[in-house]
Write a protein that binds this ligand. Sequence first.
Ligand SMILES: Cc1cc2nc3c(=O)[nH]c(=O)nc-3n(C[C@H](O)[C@H](O)[C@H](O)COP(=O)(O)O)c2cc1C
Length: 169
Amino acid sequence: MSNFTDREFRDALSTFGTGVTIVTARDGDGAPVGMTASSFSSVSMNPPLVLWSAAKKALSGEAFRDAQHFAVHVLHTEQSDLSNRFAKTGTDKFSGLDWNGDANSVPELPDVLARFECSQYAVYEGGDHWIIVGEVTSFEHMSGKGLLHVAGGYASARTLRPSSSEAAE
Ligand SMILES: Cc1cc2nc3c(=O)[nH]c(=O)nc-3n(C[C@H](O)[C@H](O)[C@H](O)COP(=O)(O)O)c2cc1C
């Protein structure tokens, strides 16, 4: 038993600013699934690995656990509405959206800052989440400002100063 509440833990974690992504895949019936995720992280250069974690209780949690392919879309500063759309459970998130992908392929959202196409590399149980590791098979990215999420709200970054390569590692 921990000596703090979920709320206290969440508030402490929310001091750590992140980017915002939408992860997409197909469920077992071929229907598109997608959810907003800030748990995205780089893992390895060689092989090229990334990870994110999906709540087990999310409607699409099992679909993501089982999906052999998925795509991670990094959002830019004008896409907070899109982020909110994909954070609403039980809605048709793709309705009226301009997205690509035939019945077998992973849904691709247009006009994002970066997209990483992944094949499933490993899935670990992480408490109430699935930790999903993907091997990046292709990617594209544009220049622009990334949408950030910090302290319970959306933000955009202002560069203070360059980081040294040692500090960045
Ligand atoms: C900024 C932001 C980041 C989020 N990050 C995650 C995350 O990393 N993992 C997760 O499981 N849910 C995350 N969520 C919540 C899901 O997007 C939300 O529960 C979504 O509705 C789940 O979709 P589903 O229930 O339709 O499958 C995040 C929500 C927001 C607004």
